[in-house]
Ligand binder design. Structure first.
Ligand SMILES: [Zn+2]
Length: 374
């Protein structure tokens, strides 16, 4: 079997309402190779290394997990599992009838993208699931992170009857999810002060998201450019961003940050953690604006504090624009690049040829399997 790594590098300048300055897109590493058909003896999802079953916390790695989606009897080779592959993190802003600007979509374009994801075997997770490596999607499917910035009215609103407006992004997501097997309505929403229009039902909308399993993330209170602020102001904005959420949902845990405009503060460490007047924040994941897929959280190259995202948009097939349409085309032609789940959140399955790409610390969960050789 032929395996190789290829790195594609491209630079794309993203200029729009919520973009940063020029972003560097790294196409990422690709491991090529044929499909595997050989049955794997380790079909019960036990680690391939027999010694691993005797390891200290043996239970979580080898026994069924509490999550119903776990299917420990799937042969990872049968589904082409590759849990070291890449994961697209899609970035959405407004939904506007005319499609809006470069960072927006029409409701129809958004729905069509979700239907494409369903048909192509992508299943949604949240940013927090990515950064914590808690990926629970059916065997043979690829996780995709859906992220929404700026907490605009088109993303979530209630009807007069108090239902989710079916024409909002969350309404459309729930509708597509209801008709797609194993496709949960999961997403991460990065909110600013006065979320979702700042109306009377603003708190209710934020609470509804939390109660329905959506992630509420920090996008700063005032949607500020952090670069030109003194350190104390950076920390004030980020701590206030947490409070936008916790003032409404007291027990919410704000785990991830989406940098406004994709712009770092001068001291990048302050984006991750800090404090202002006794209020603290501690982000486990930070989202950028551009412009390629993220590494698997189990891959040695994964950087939770600098996660690239892919701007949602149709691609016309011309010059690479690093939109979702562009990347979907790349993945259709290079499916081996993608993360493919073994269906068991506890194990990390991948073709054994990729073993040296595993990040340190995951050895006990690793389930390398022998792929076909010819
Ligand atoms: Zn924004």
């Amino acid at each position: 079997m032929l395996r190789h790594r290829a790195a594609a590098f491209a630079v794309v300048a993203l200029v729009a309402a919520c973009s940063g300055p020029a972003q560097t897109a790294e196409g990422g590493a690709a491991a090529g190779g044929g499909d595997s058909t050989l049955p794997d003896p380790d079909a019960t999802a036990a680690p391939a290394d027999p010694d691993a079953t005797a390891g200290p916390p043996a239970e979580p790695t080898a026994t069924p997990t509490p999550t119903p989606a776990a299917t420990p009897d799937v042969d990872p080779a049968d589904v082409g599992a590759n849990e070291l592959g890449e994961i697209p993190v899609l970035m959405y802003h407004r939904l506007l009838p005319d499609g809006g600007g470069e960072y927006d979509r029409s409701p129809e374009g958004f729905r069509a993208e979700l239907e494409y994801l369903c048909a192509e075997g992508y299943r949604p997770i949240r940013t927090v699931d990515l950064v914590r490596g808690e990926i629970d999607v059916p065997a043979g499917t690829t996780p995709v992170v859906l992220t929404f910035d700026d907490s605009t009215r088109e993303q979530l609103a209630f009807t007069a009857d108090g239902d989710v407006d079916p024409d909002t992004a969350i309404g459309i997501l729930r509708d597509v999810a209801a008709g797609c097997d194993g496709f949960e309505a999961r997403a991460s929403l990065y909110v600013n002060a006065y979320p979702f229009g700042g109306g009377q039902d603003s708190d209710e909308l934020v609470t509804w998201l939390h109660d329905h399993g959506f992630e509420l993330g920090n996008h700063t209170a005032g949607h500020v450019n952090l670069r030109n602020l003194p350190a104390s102001e950076v920390q004030r904005e980020l701590a206030a961003g947490v409070e936008v959420i916790t003032d409404v949902v007291v027990d919410a845990e704000v785990v991830t940050l989406s940098l406004p405009f994709g712009i770092w503060p001068e001291d990048r460490g302050l984006a991750a953690s800090g404090a202002h007047e006794g209020r603290t924040y501690d982000h486990e994941g930070i989202l950028l604006v551009g412009a390629g897929p993220a590494s698997s959280p189990f891959h040695a190259e994964f950087e939770p504090l600098a996660i690239p995202r892919i701007r949602s948009g149709a691609w016309d097939g011309g010059e690479p624009d690093f939109s979702s349409g562009f990347w979907f085309d790349v993945f259709e032609r290079n499916p081996h690049r993608l993360y493919v789940s073994d269906g068991n959140p506890a194990t990390i399955s991948f073709p054994e040829e990729l073993a040296d790409e595993l990040a340190p610390g995951f050895e006990e969960r690793a389930n390398p399997y022998a792929a076909e050789s010819r």
